[in-house]
Ligand binder design. Structure first.
Ligand SMILES: Cc1cc2nc3c(=O)[nH]c(=O)nc-3n(C[C@H](O)[C@H](O)[C@H](O)COP(=O)(O)OP(=O)(O)OC[C@H]3O[C@@H](n4cnc5c(N)ncnc54)[C@H](O)[C@@H]3O)c2cc1C
Length: 390
């Protein structure tokens, strides 16, 4: 006897998309979220491309804090290079956006329970068939034919099912971000700072948030986070660059820039989004990839249940479709990120100087990569693979 067809653990973008897809196919679905509010606290720079979002839905004005048309990058010695954005992008209000995704799922029939912290799995004959959770301190259990773990970067559910999800230190960025008010920046431009003085082994971002606000954050590579304090780096940056800015919120969190897990399914379970390590390893963006994978997981759950097979074999369409949709690119992007990680500050300054001498309209993605390749030739092969989808 099961309570649900599908239990989704985690109410982020991946979880809401998975739940929506499953319920839209007629499955009795519940989504359990440990926090009191869907979408809060926000641990995200909130940047997303218009193209990425539009694959799933028409962007709504109330989700959008700023619309982006320009990109600026600064090298360690502060050489500025301006790029035209290849398409437009947005800085979202994630709180409103995540709410809207969950609301969309609920309108498709998904039950949602917040304050529901999943702390165990029901496993019988090596098949996951439900969850144990705490609801406001009270232990509860639910049975289901399938569990989708969309429980984010700190995911424990995959591990509970025996799926190896540990990340190497080098494959994690330790992120710290403040949302500031009273700041005068171009509200259509995103600004990146690369180099060890700004963000060792990562980058620092300034993303406009509308109404003279901005998200300013950075990621420090996990191997360096013991030696560099993200909090101090951000506050020193603010003191130097934007002394008048006032901190309204601060958040910290890990960004997995790892390859997707080798195994993202088990008997009766699928992992999706950050829990399965699906963040773009170059940009650190995981909203769109999580939405994409969540949608696939929800669709595959309907097919597996219709076929009456929730074993790893019965769920094999999920890793296959994820690989086709973005997983293959993901491997190439991971190699590109490893090459970028090894570029020294001097090399970054040389690359910036060369690019600054080209006309702005000629600063295409291809131009950037060929310029980087003069310092790191091996990047060309991975870039070619990423673009060709090999
Ligand atoms: C500082 C920072 C900046 C970032 N900036 C960007 C950006 O600009 N653009 C971008 O695309 N990406 C960005 N990311 C990454 C992005 O936030 C994630 O990739 C994205 O949120 C992943 O979605 P998800 O649904 O997989 O996980 P999440 O959004 O993390 O959702 C997981 C949910 O599961 C819940 N949960 C966890 N454990 C349990 C449990 N045991 N029981 C019940 N619920 C549970 C959590 O409370 C959470 O709500 C950033 C990340 C960080 C840390």
């Amino acid at each position: 006897m099961t309570d649900y067809d599908v239990i989704v653990v985690g109410g982020g973008p991946a979880g809401s998309m998975a739940a929506h897809a499953a319920a839209s196919k007629g499955l009795k679905t519940i989504m359990l979220e440990k926090d009191r509010d869907i979408g809060y606290p926000v641990r995200c720079g909130e940047a997303v491309s218009d193209e990425g979002l539009r694959q799933f839905m028409e962007p709504r004005p109330e989700w959008i804090a700023a619309t982006i048309s320009k990109i600026r990058m600064r090298s360690p010695n502060n050489t500025e290079i301006d790029f035209r954005s290849p398409g437009s992008g947005y800085i979202l209000h994630r709180r409103i956006f995540d709410y809207a995704l969950a609301n969309r799922a609920s309108q498709a029939g998904v039950e949602i329970q917040t304050r529901a912290y999943v702390d165990g799995l029901i496993i019988e004959d090596d098949v996951v068939c439900g969850v144990h959770y705490q609801y406001m301190g009270e232990p509860r259990s639910l049975r289901a034919k399938l569990v989708i773990a969309a429980d984010g970067v700190e995911s424990r559910v995959g591990r509970m099912a025996g799926i190896r999800s540990a990340i190497k230190l080098r494959d994690i960025e330790s992120g710290y971000q403040v949302t500031v008010g009273n700041i005068d920046i171009d509200q259509e431009m995103i600004d990146f700072y690369v180099g060890s003085n700004w963000a060792p082994g990562g980058y620092l971002w300034v993303f406009p948030k509308g109404d003279r606000m901005a998200n300013i954050g950075l990621g420090v590579n996990g191997t360096l986070s013991k030696d560099y304090n993200s909090h101090d780096l951000i506050h020193n940056f603010l003191k130097e660059q934007y002394p008048q800015a006032t901190v309204l919120t601060s958040v910290c969190g890990g960004v997995p820039i790892a390859q997707t897990l080798k195994r993202i399914t088990g008997n009766g379970i699928m992992l999706t989004g950050d829990a399965a390590r699906m963040v773009n390893p170059v940009s650190g963006g995981g909203i769109v990839s999580g939405m994409h994978a969540g949608k696939i997981a929800g669709e595959v759950s309907a097919e597996a249940l219709a076929a009456g097979d929730v074993s790893i074999k019965g769920l094999e369409e999920y890793p296959k479709r994820w690989r086709k949709a973005g997983g293959k690119n993901h491997e190439a992007l991971h190699r590109i990120s490893e090459t970028i990680y090894d570029i020294s500050d001097e090399q970054l300054d040389r690359i910036a100087l060369r690019l600054s001498k080209t006309k702005e309209q000629d600063r295409t993605l291809l131009k950037i990569f060929t310029t980087v390749a003069r310092e790191k030739p091996r990047i060309l092969l991975d870039v070619t693979r990423a673009f060709a989808g090999l």
